[in-house]
Design a binder for this molecule. Structure first.
Ligand code: NAD
Ligand code: TDX
Length: 340
């Protein structure tokens, strides 16, 4: 199976590629990535020489690039991970979010439709549903009510995917997942930011009172779900994935402090995120019933393993923080970075 993965140098996309190549001997992958600040080719260093893997530098919003790639290959499926993914950045400047998450998805959909792609997965998020109160869970029928520019751009992309299926019969499925954790996550998101700060004896900034609730899922469970949706998903359908692990941000923070062995005085309460969604929780009955999928990683063990990964990959974190992975890329790909 030849799969076009977009955004494969990011956190979840790189896990999907590593996992796919290891789990499926017939899988071959082309990874189209623009290498934004979040795209790190070092995440795929372990498989860079694999004959079943190919990297292509490019932007999903660049029509000629995407059409050219689809003309040169006969893909059995496309998985669109490429996105601006950080809510706080979207509050500072929503422009890149609309450009990649909305325009990029539209360009990709058009090109895939023209090329006759037969399986397309749009990797979306539970944040498109908005915020829950203290009870209830998001189902695939929950109306979309995105609250941040990030989630609004993801919801717009979902609506385009839905419309391409409805209008043209384009064989797309949408997956909506809760908060991922695991290795290789860019250290701006809650878990890797707090873990790496604590290793350096720095304070951890808890937004507001820390009472907001997120559902946490290990990135490998998410990737197994995406693979199931790619291979067994029904065109036009939406599938929710979650980790069945709801925690307040303060619970997560205390857990990290205790597991890493640092004093609770390192907690620093800071101004709340504007429009901060209170609670996310996922009902993934449909994925269980129709895709035979369920989360497998136990949160406490997954968190311990993730902390250990960051402990043993201090050089990876240091290179990200210094921007040095761009030098690595220049060495690997002969300076084509400037074309991005
Ligand atoms: P990430 O920020 O770690 O990686 C994004 C990747 O996309 C990077 O490699 C980046 O270079 C690439 N990219 C960005 N713009 C591009 C463009 N225009 N063309 C080609 N490549 C581009 O993101 P992530 O956390 O791995 O998330 C991947 C996907 O999963 C996103 O669509 C996100 O919305 C979704 N998602 C994430 C989570 C989560 O908890 N992180 C949860 C649910 C859904
Ligand atoms: O410094 C922080 N302090 C803090 O209290 C950061 C970075 C976050 N938080 C809070 C905000 C959220 O309630 O922690 C929670 C998690 O924040 P993020 O890691 O930024 O994730 P979130 O905003 O929940 O969005 C994530 O999950 C859904 C991903 O970034 C999205 O890409 C995904 O779609």
């Amino acid at each position: 199976m030849l799969i076009l993965v977009t955004g494969g140098c990011g956190f979840i996309g790189s896990e999907f590629i590593r996992w796919q190549l290891a789990a499926n001997a017939d899988a071959r992958i082309v990874n189209l990535d623009k290498l934004t600040y979040a795209g790190n080719p070092e995440n795929l260093a372990a498989i860079a020489g694999n004959s079943r893997y190919e990297f292509q530098l490019g932007d999903i919003a660049d029509r000629s690039c995407v059409e050219g790639l689809l003309a040169c290959n006969t893909f059995d499926g496309v998985v669109n991970f490429a996105a601006e993914s950080h809510v706080d950045r979207s509050l500072l400047d929503s422009g890149p979010f609309v450009q990649t998450n909305v325009i990029g998805t539209q360009v990709l959909l058009d090109a895939c439709r023209q090329a006759g792609i037969r399986r397309y997965v749009q990797v979306s998020t539970d944040e498109v549903y908005g915020s829950l109160g203290s009870t209830g869970k998001f189902t695939e029928e929950t109306p979309l009510a995105p609250n941040s520019p990030y989630s609004a751009s993801k919801a717009a992309a979902d609506m385009l995917v839905r419309a391409y299926h409805h209008s043209f019969g384009f064989p797309a499925v949408i997956t909506r997942c809760s908060n991922n954790y695991g290795p290789y996550q860019f250290p701006e998101k809650l878990l890797p930011l707090f873990i790496t700060n604590l290793f350096a004896d720095l304070q951890v900034p808890v937004y507001g009172a820390g009472t907001n609730v997120r559902d946490w899922i290990h990135v490998t469970d998410h990737c197994r779900g995406i693979d199931a949706a790619l291979r067994r998903g029904k065109p036009g359908e939406v599938y929710n994935f979650g980790g069945l692990t709801e925690k307040t941000n303060l619970e997560i923070t205390h857990l990290l402090l205790d597991l890493i062995g640092k004093p609770h005085s390192l907690i620093r309460y800071v101004a709340d995120r504007p429009g901060h969604d209170l609670r996310y929780a996922i009902d993934c009955t449909k994925a269980k019933r129709e895709l035979s999928w369920q989360p497998e990683v136990v949160f406490e063990q997954g968190l311990r393993d993730t902390i250990e990964w960051y402990r043993t990959h201090g050089d990876w974190v240091a290179r990200i923080k210094s921007g040095a992975y761009r030098d690595y890329y220049q060495q690997q790909y002969g300076g084509r970075l400037n074309q991005a």
